[in-house]
Design a protein around this ligand. Structure first.
Ligand code: DGL
Length: 350
């Protein structure tokens, strides 16, 4: 009698019709390219070409995925992320929001590491869902000795499939680390440990699918965002001007002449710049260009009225956002307003 009960219990847990796989979380992998899809002529070559391998090959290379989720893949693009652009961003954002409204449990996006932090932060402002959205990539091509792509994909899918990842915004998972989209930045040109999160530290860690979360994201995101791009075809032009010793206002003036509706300065220290550059920035601000002071210093806030009278000059301070992320928030803000005070409030919330 006992054996038949045991068999019945086992069949409930592991039915022979494969429905155990059907019971796993449904994860969609959206592939965009990058080194994770890269290949090289030699397994020890430092040189390679990114965006060469298709999403179904990436999935087949990690058969262990079937132990953590039911995975399907879609190819959004296959480019090196240095070539990431508004067309792919808007296509990705629209597909993420479409998928989020279906019965799937989470989304993983494979992406180059060069601009991963930008795409992650962009999606954290335009993806209206509490379902996990996890970006991952690799620093070594798929053909390299100890390629890091497969384990990064496995960990990213495990995080996206974890109910505890819901509501934590857009995440970046590489090198056994979980970062939030707003804090993460690429800190080294070649190391697999390149992604850091500065003053906020890791959002969590994951080792072969075993996940620990330490905290939530440091600001509003995703479902709390007021930015919608479903009907947007183009995003406003915003340029970044790098500040250095002796810089004049030439590139600031040139950006305005090119039609920039916003300018972000990557300033020295607390968003500082030469008097000549500041005069040019104040002038374009007076002409209606929204001017945001950020800093080339990778961590720490750029605050209002530290050494610059932002009130008098009509400038916005980026606070913790790096120049690249300040540009993203400003582009989305400019879809609905060009009022500096309104935009400053957004910089202190997202
Ligand atoms: N071509 C760069 C990119 O696609 C390589 C960096 C990488 O993916 O690791 O971002």
């Amino acid at each position: 009698m006992k054996r038949s009960w045991l068999l019945a219990l086992l069949l409930c847990a592991y039915p022979l019709d494969g429905s155990a796989q059907a019971a796993l979380p449904k994860i969609v992998i959206l592939a965009t390219g990058g080194t994770i899809a890269g290949s090289a002529d030699s397994s020890t070559s430092g040189g390679y070409q990114s965006g060469q391998v298709a999403v179904d090959v990436l999935i087949k290379a990690v058969p262990q995925l079937s132990t953590v989720a039911s995975v399907t893949g879609e190819q959004i693009s296959n480019i090196g992320s240095q070539n990431m652009n508004d067309e792919v961003w808007l296509k990705l954002a629209k597909r993420v929001n479409e998928l989020a409204r279906t019965g799937i449990d989470g989304i993983v996006i494979t992406h180059g590491t060069d601009t991963m932090e930008e795409t992650a932060y962009f999606l954290s402002l335009v993806a209206h869902t509490s379902k996990p959205i996890v970006l991952t990539g690799s620093m070594r091509p798929s053909t390299a000795i100890s390629a890091d792509g497969p384990v990064n994909i496995f960990n990213a899918v495990a995080v996206a499939a974890d109910a505890k990842a819901q509501g934590r915004g857009v995440l970046v998972v590489l090198n056994d680390e979980i970062h939030d989209a707003r804090s993460v930045f690429k800190s080294h040109t070649t190391k697999v440990s390149t992604f850091k999160s500065g003053d906020h530290g890791l959002l969590g860690e994951v080792q072969y699918g075993a996940i620990t979360f330490y905290r939530g994201p440091p600001a509003l995101h995703t479902f709390a965002s007021p930015f919608f791009v479903e009907h947007v075809q183009t995003l406003p032009r915003v340029d970044i001007v790098y500040i250095h010793e002796g810089v004049d206002g030439g590139l600031i003036e040139a950006a305005a002449k090119l039609g920039a509706r916003g300018i972000v300065t990557a300033g020295v220290g607390n968003g500082n710049m030469t008097d000549a550059a500041l005069a040019a920035l104040a002038k374009v601000a007076e002409q209606g260009v929204v001017a945001v002071r950020s800093s080339r210093v990778i961590t720490g806030p750029t605050g209002r009225k530290v050494e610059v009278d932002d009130d008098a000059l009509g400038l916005v301070a980026s606070y913790e956002l790096t120049p690249a992320k300040a540009r993203i928030l400003l582009r989305l803000a400019l879809l609905t307003t060009s009022e500096p005070a309104t935009i400053q409030a957004l910089f202190q919330s997202f």
